[in-house]
Design a protein around this ligand. Sequence first.
Ligand SMILES: Cc1cc2nc3c(=O)[nH]c(=O)nc-3n(C[C@H](O)[C@H](O)[C@H](O)COP(=O)(O)O)c2cc1C
Length: 207
Amino acid sequence: MKIALIVGSPRKNRSCNFLIDKAIEGIKSVGEEFEIKKVQIADYQISPCNGCDQCLRPPNDCPLAENDDTKKLEEQILGSSALFIAAPNYFGSVSSQIKVLIDRSRPWKMKNYLLKDVIFAPMASTGLRNGGGGVISDLINFALIQGMILVGNTGGSPVLEGNIPITSLQKFALKEFVGKGETDELAGKISFDLGKRVAELIKKMNK
Ligand SMILES: Cc1cc2nc3c(=O)[nH]c(=O)nc-3n(C[C@H](O)[C@H](O)[C@H](O)COP(=O)(O)O)c2cc1C
Protein backbone atom coordinates (compact mmCIF):
# COMPACT_ATOMS: atom_id res chain seq x y z
CA MET A 1 0.00 0.00 0.00
CA LYS A 2 2.37 2.61 -1.32
CA ILE A 3 1.32 6.25 -1.42
CA ALA A 4 3.38 8.83 -3.35
CA LEU A 5 3.08 12.52 -2.54
CA ILE A 6 4.79 15.15 -4.67
CA VAL A 7 5.76 18.62 -3.47
CA GLY A 8 5.51 20.41 -6.81
CA SER A 9 7.25 23.65 -5.91
CA PRO A 10 10.91 24.45 -6.51
CA ARG A 11 10.78 25.70 -2.89
CA LYS A 12 11.06 22.69 -0.65
CA ASN A 13 9.65 23.98 2.60
CA ARG A 14 6.81 26.33 1.78
CA SER A 15 3.09 26.13 1.03
CA CYS A 16 3.02 22.99 -1.15
CA ASN A 17 5.17 21.21 1.41
CA PHE A 18 2.74 22.29 4.14
CA LEU A 19 -0.18 20.69 2.27
CA ILE A 20 1.71 17.48 1.62
CA ASP A 21 2.85 17.17 5.25
CA LYS A 22 -0.73 17.63 6.43
CA ALA A 23 -1.91 14.93 4.01
CA ILE A 24 0.80 12.61 5.38
CA GLU A 25 -0.45 13.27 8.93
CA GLY A 26 -3.95 12.36 7.71
CA ILE A 27 -2.71 9.13 6.14
CA LYS A 28 -0.81 8.18 9.31
CA SER A 29 -3.92 8.83 11.43
CA VAL A 30 -5.49 5.85 9.65
CA GLY A 31 -2.62 3.47 10.31
CA GLU A 32 1.09 2.80 9.97
CA GLU A 33 0.79 0.20 7.22
CA PHE A 34 1.22 2.67 4.36
CA GLU A 35 4.56 3.01 2.60
CA ILE A 36 4.82 6.77 2.20
CA LYS A 37 7.03 8.18 -0.58
CA LYS A 38 7.39 11.92 -0.26
CA VAL A 39 8.94 13.41 -3.38
CA GLN A 40 10.43 16.90 -3.60
CA ILE A 41 10.26 17.64 -7.31
CA ALA A 42 13.12 20.10 -6.77
CA ASP A 43 15.44 17.15 -6.06
CA TYR A 44 14.94 15.67 -9.55
CA GLN A 45 16.45 16.84 -12.80
CA ILE A 46 13.86 16.04 -15.45
CA SER A 47 14.37 17.29 -19.00
CA PRO A 48 11.41 18.82 -20.81
CA CYS A 49 9.74 16.64 -23.45
CA ASN A 50 11.14 17.43 -26.91
CA GLY A 51 8.21 15.87 -28.78
CA CYS A 52 10.26 13.12 -30.46
CA ASP A 53 7.28 10.74 -30.13
CA GLN A 54 9.51 7.71 -29.47
CA CYS A 55 7.22 6.84 -26.58
CA LEU A 56 4.51 6.04 -29.13
CA ARG A 57 6.47 3.08 -30.46
CA PRO A 58 7.40 -0.08 -28.55
CA PRO A 59 9.13 -0.37 -26.15
CA ASN A 60 7.57 3.08 -25.45
CA ASP A 61 10.61 4.38 -23.61
CA CYS A 62 11.76 8.00 -23.53
CA PRO A 63 15.35 8.52 -24.74
CA LEU A 64 15.70 11.49 -22.36
CA ALA A 65 15.34 9.11 -19.41
CA GLU A 66 18.85 7.78 -20.11
CA ASN A 67 20.36 11.07 -18.98
CA ASP A 68 18.10 12.46 -16.29
CA ASP A 69 16.37 11.46 -13.04
CA THR A 70 13.16 10.03 -14.56
CA LYS A 71 13.96 6.46 -13.53
CA LYS A 72 14.54 7.56 -9.93
CA LEU A 73 11.22 9.34 -10.01
CA GLU A 74 9.47 6.31 -11.48
CA GLU A 75 10.72 4.20 -8.57
CA GLN A 76 8.94 6.56 -6.19
CA ILE A 77 5.69 6.94 -8.12
CA LEU A 78 4.90 3.79 -10.13
CA GLY A 79 3.20 0.98 -8.25
CA SER A 80 1.49 3.38 -5.84
CA SER A 81 -2.10 2.92 -4.75
CA ALA A 82 -2.48 6.69 -4.53
CA LEU A 83 -0.75 9.80 -5.77
CA PHE A 84 -0.98 13.32 -4.36
CA ILE A 85 0.41 16.33 -6.18
CA ALA A 86 0.55 19.79 -4.57
CA ALA A 87 1.49 22.37 -7.19
CA PRO A 88 1.95 26.12 -6.89
CA ASN A 89 -0.05 28.58 -8.96
CA TYR A 90 2.28 30.09 -11.53
CA PHE A 91 0.27 32.38 -13.82
CA GLY A 92 -2.84 30.27 -13.37
CA SER A 93 -1.11 26.96 -14.15
CA VAL A 94 1.14 24.43 -12.44
CA SER A 95 4.85 25.13 -11.92
CA SER A 96 7.13 24.31 -14.85
CA GLN A 97 8.61 21.45 -12.81
CA ILE A 98 5.18 19.80 -12.57
CA LYS A 99 4.37 20.52 -16.21
CA VAL A 100 7.60 18.76 -17.20
CA LEU A 101 6.66 15.80 -15.01
CA ILE A 102 3.20 15.65 -16.61
CA ASP A 103 4.58 15.75 -20.16
CA ARG A 104 7.30 13.23 -19.38
CA SER A 105 4.70 10.86 -17.91
CA ARG A 106 3.48 10.17 -21.46
CA PRO A 107 5.42 6.87 -21.72
CA TRP A 108 3.52 5.64 -18.64
CA LYS A 109 0.31 6.10 -20.62
CA MET A 110 1.75 4.57 -23.78
CA LYS A 111 2.86 1.48 -21.85
CA ASN A 112 -0.88 0.82 -21.47
CA TYR A 113 -1.75 3.12 -18.60
CA LEU A 114 0.67 2.37 -15.78
CA LEU A 115 -1.21 4.86 -13.57
CA LYS A 116 -4.63 3.35 -14.31
CA ASP A 117 -6.86 3.11 -11.24
CA VAL A 118 -4.39 4.94 -9.00
CA ILE A 119 -6.29 7.23 -6.63
CA PHE A 120 -5.35 10.83 -7.38
CA ALA A 121 -5.64 13.82 -5.04
CA PRO A 122 -4.93 17.29 -6.50
CA MET A 123 -3.78 20.19 -4.30
CA ALA A 124 -2.65 23.75 -4.97
CA SER A 125 -0.95 26.69 -3.32
CA THR A 126 -1.50 30.20 -4.52
CA GLY A 127 -0.33 33.69 -3.64
CA LEU A 128 -3.57 35.57 -4.02
CA ARG A 129 -6.89 34.37 -2.65
CA ASN A 130 -9.24 32.81 -5.17
CA GLY A 131 -6.39 31.71 -7.40
CA GLY A 132 -5.41 28.08 -7.77
CA GLY A 133 -8.38 26.84 -9.78
CA GLY A 134 -6.31 26.59 -12.95
CA VAL A 135 -3.73 24.48 -11.15
CA ILE A 136 -6.41 22.06 -10.04
CA SER A 137 -7.79 21.82 -13.61
CA ASP A 138 -4.31 21.06 -14.94
CA LEU A 139 -3.92 18.30 -12.39
CA ILE A 140 -7.40 16.92 -13.05
CA ASN A 141 -6.68 16.74 -16.78
CA PHE A 142 -3.44 14.88 -16.05
CA ALA A 143 -5.28 12.43 -13.80
CA LEU A 144 -8.09 11.76 -16.25
CA ILE A 145 -5.78 11.33 -19.24
CA GLN A 146 -3.68 8.87 -17.22
CA GLY A 147 -6.79 6.89 -16.19
CA MET A 148 -6.52 7.68 -12.51
CA ILE A 149 -9.40 7.91 -10.03
CA LEU A 150 -9.94 11.45 -8.76
CA VAL A 151 -10.89 12.13 -5.17
CA GLY A 152 -11.70 15.22 -3.16
CA ASN A 153 -12.10 15.71 0.56
CA THR A 154 -15.27 14.52 2.22
CA GLY A 155 -13.91 14.35 5.75
CA GLY A 156 -15.33 17.44 7.40
CA SER A 157 -18.63 19.26 7.44
CA PRO A 158 -20.19 19.33 3.95
CA VAL A 159 -21.37 22.85 4.72
CA LEU A 160 -18.19 24.30 6.18
CA GLU A 161 -15.22 22.43 4.75
CA GLY A 162 -14.02 22.66 1.15
CA ASN A 163 -13.26 19.62 -0.97
CA ILE A 164 -10.03 20.64 -2.66
CA PRO A 165 -7.01 21.72 -0.63
CA ILE A 166 -5.91 25.14 -1.90
CA THR A 167 -3.77 27.23 0.41
CA SER A 168 -3.39 30.97 -0.09
CA LEU A 169 -0.90 33.52 1.23
CA GLN A 170 -3.50 36.30 1.20
CA LYS A 171 -5.89 36.76 4.07
CA PHE A 172 -8.97 38.93 3.66
CA ALA A 173 -7.90 42.52 3.10
CA LEU A 174 -6.08 43.77 0.03
CA LYS A 175 -2.69 44.02 1.70
CA GLU A 176 -3.10 41.36 4.36
CA PHE A 177 -0.79 38.36 3.96
CA VAL A 178 0.09 35.30 6.03
CA GLY A 179 3.02 36.18 8.29
CA LYS A 180 6.16 34.19 9.11
CA GLY A 181 5.27 31.06 11.04
CA GLU A 182 1.58 31.41 10.23
CA THR A 183 -0.23 28.78 8.19
CA ASP A 184 -3.57 28.50 6.42
CA GLU A 185 -5.27 26.42 9.09
CA LEU A 186 -8.34 25.55 7.04
CA ALA A 187 -6.35 24.38 4.01
CA GLY A 188 -4.24 22.32 6.44
CA LYS A 189 -7.36 20.66 7.82
CA ILE A 190 -8.71 19.95 4.33
CA SER A 191 -5.36 18.36 3.38
CA PHE A 192 -5.32 16.27 6.55
CA ASP A 193 -8.87 15.09 5.92
CA LEU A 194 -8.10 14.30 2.28
CA GLY A 195 -5.05 12.27 3.33
CA LYS A 196 -7.23 10.38 5.77
CA ARG A 197 -9.91 9.79 3.15
CA VAL A 198 -7.43 8.43 0.62
CA ALA A 199 -5.91 6.05 3.18
CA GLU A 200 -9.35 4.83 4.22
CA LEU A 201 -10.33 4.38 0.59
CA ILE A 202 -7.23 2.29 -0.15
CA LYS A 203 -8.08 0.03 2.79
CA LYS A 204 -11.70 -0.26 1.63
CA MET A 205 -10.63 -1.14 -1.93
CA ASN A 206 -8.14 -3.74 -0.68
CA LYS A 207 -10.76 -5.57 1.38
C1 LIG B 1 6.63 32.60 -11.51
C2 LIG B 1 5.55 32.77 -10.49
C3 LIG B 1 4.27 33.04 -10.91
C4 LIG B 1 3.24 33.21 -9.99
N1 LIG B 1 1.98 33.49 -10.43
C5 LIG B 1 0.98 33.67 -9.54
C6 LIG B 1 -0.34 33.98 -9.98
O1 LIG B 1 -0.62 34.12 -11.18
N2 LIG B 1 -1.31 34.16 -9.05
C7 LIG B 1 -1.06 34.02 -7.70
O2 LIG B 1 -1.97 34.17 -6.91
N3 LIG B 1 0.19 33.70 -7.25
C8 LIG B 1 1.20 33.53 -8.14
N4 LIG B 1 2.46 33.22 -7.69
C9 LIG B 1 2.68 33.01 -6.24
C10 LIG B 1 2.69 31.51 -5.85
O3 LIG B 1 1.54 30.86 -6.34
C11 LIG B 1 2.70 31.38 -4.33
O4 LIG B 1 3.81 32.04 -3.80
C12 LIG B 1 2.69 29.91 -3.90
O5 LIG B 1 2.38 29.87 -2.53
C13 LIG B 1 4.02 29.25 -4.11
O6 LIG B 1 4.01 27.93 -3.55
P1 LIG B 1 5.23 27.45 -2.63
O7 LIG B 1 5.17 28.33 -1.41
O8 LIG B 1 4.95 26.02 -2.31
O9 LIG B 1 6.48 27.67 -3.41
C14 LIG B 1 3.51 33.08 -8.60
C15 LIG B 1 4.81 32.78 -8.17
C16 LIG B 1 5.82 32.64 -9.10
C17 LIG B 1 7.23 32.33 -8.63
